[in-house]
Design a protein around this ligand. Structure first.
Ligand code: TYD
Ligand code: MG
Length: 455
């Protein structure tokens, strides 16, 4: 005879969700210390779906939902999602506390309700009065946004059934709980089970569900990380709390690209879309200063002009320091070595600090040549020629390799007044008929340094 345990006691890592039957000082899953916490789950209360809901269906016979995306016309939000919210999808919006998640989602709710009807906003953190105050500030009081100040997931699901909204916003998943689970709200068991309930709601022909998750600066407080596998789309809202710009980034997206970013500015009326991000990112660029170059990177479908800054100063003590913000550290070391060996720059006695202005991280090799030029310019104290855009991947032999979609990058730069372009020789053939631009095709880093730096 088999006895089934009615309760399950285990120790769960609050960082990564690793489960153990005994207490461990160090989590074998993620290596963090003292992160395992005892959690008890009563299995009785957790209902599991019984049997087959529908027979297997022919894939080609399933209704196409591509045209049914909920478009908010908050274009930065729509683009990051891949063209709008997919009905029946589960989305996680993560970000540090106070970054603007509630503000963004209330604005999205307001845009959606104007077109699609009922939206339910579940607030587990703020009182209805506080949410109203924010909505008033955002001018989002019109339309059919319903508010539910509740944290019991069973009650919320009952409320959703009665209302029938097209989308539900749950702010935040860390405050939600299922009475059947005897762990505190915000613990891994609670967060995971609550999210699983919302997943089932969304996938069974229910509304699109947007979950808000708090993420701390240091790492991940219980929740968001263990949810990433469960949800369709993970968006992160990033930025410095005391600076106005916010970047919405997709870390996972089953319905679109993960390279796409949306840029917003926090103003008194909420988050405002930044229509011309390149302009904004280059606005404060000092003119004629050594150690700065501009590159056009592709972030998803959109080219972005980014300024790469390099500070090269003599090492005063011990080993030379290398520091990179916004550029992959190992890539920066590699490019420094290429400059030493292939271009004969003596960087061994200098500290090199690299930075991408605007807090954006570059993850394409197309920025290699611009990084090299910024470092060389910083070392030689010779500024890069004015209004020059630098493109190209750099190989270990010091050769410059072709980059993708060069026309679109050049167009974006030309729109902002760039007329001089250093591009890989391999790309030349595809740019016939642009006589008004000064285009230099380069084969090697050495050639680029000769053409790109002022005398
Ligand atoms: P909030 O959306 O509450 O952050 P989160 O939900 O991520 O914790 O945003 C709070 C911050 O946004 C707060 O510091 C004030 C600022 N804010 C504005 O600057 N303008 C506005 O119109 C609103 C509503 C908020
Ligand atoms: Mg909030």
């Amino acid at each position: 005879m088999i006895f089934l345990a009615k309760t399950k006691e285990r120790f769960v890592c609050q960082q990564c969700g690793y489960e153990s039957l005994s207490f461990l000082g160090r989590c074998p899953g993620c290596g963090s210390w003292n992160s395992l916490v005892a959690e008890t789950v009563t299995l009785e209360g957790i209902s599991r779906p019984a049997g087959l809901k529908a027979p297997p269906a022919l894939l080609a016979g399933i209704t196409d939902i591509a045209g049914e995306r909920l478009v908010s016309s908050l274009s930065e939000w729509d683009r990051v999602l891949g063209g709008g919210l997919v009905p029946g999808s589960l989305i996680l919006v993560g970000g540090a506390p106070g970054i603007g998640k509630s503000t963004l989602l209330l604005q999205v709710a307001h845009r959606l309700t104007a077109r699609y009807g009922k939206i339910l906003y579940v607030s587990g953190e703020e009182s209805p009065g506080q949410v109203r105050l924010r909505a008033q500030r955002l001018g989002a009081l019109t339309g059919e946004i319903y508010l539910l100040a509740e944290t019991d997931v069973e009650a919320i699901l009952a409320g959703i059934e009665g209302l029938g909204p097209v989308a539900v916003i749950v702010d935040s998943i860390q405050t939600m709980f299922l009475p059947a689970i005897q762990a505190a709200p915000g613990s891994v068991s609670q967060v995971r089970e609550c999210a699983a309930r919302f997943l089932r709601l969304a996938k069974d022909g229910g509304p699109a569900v947007i979950l808000v998750g708090h993420v701390t600066k240091e790492g991940f407080l219980a929740g968001p990380r263990v949810l990433e596998h469960l949800v369709d789309t993970v968006l992160y809202l990033e930025g410095e709390r005391y600076q106005a710009y916010r970047i919405l980034r997709a870390a996972k997206n089953r319905f679109g690209s993960t390279n796409e970013i949306g840029i917003f500015e926090m103003v008194t009326g909420g988050l405002k879309e930044v229509a011309n991000p390149s302009e904004m990112l280059l606005a404060e660029r000092p003119a004629g200063v050594a150690g700065s170059s501009v590159v056009a990177c592709l972030e998803g479908t959109r080219p972005l002009l980014l300024e790469i800054q390099a500070l090269v100063s003599p090492t005063t003590f011990g080993n030379p320091r290398r520091l990179a913000t916004g550029v992959d550290f190992n890539r920066a070391l590699l490019l420094t070595a290429v400059l030493e060996k292939r271009a004969g720059l003596h960087l061994g006695g200098y500290d090199v600090y690299l930075n991408v202005a605007g807090g954006i991280a570059i993850n394409e090799p197309a920025a290699d040549l611009a990084i090299c030029l910024a470092i060389a310019s910083g070392l030689k104290d010779r500024p890069v020629e004015a209004e020059t855009l630098v493109l190209g991947e750099v190989g270990l032999a010091g050769e410059v390799r072709a980059v993708s979609q060069i026309e679109r990058r050049i167009e974006e730069a030309a729109r902002l007044g760039f007329r001089r372009f250093l591009i890989p020789a391999g790309n030349k053939c595809r740019l016939i008929g642009r006589n008004d631009y000064e285009i230099y095709d380069v084969r090697s880093v050495v050639e680029a340094l000769e053409l790109g730096l002022t005398a």
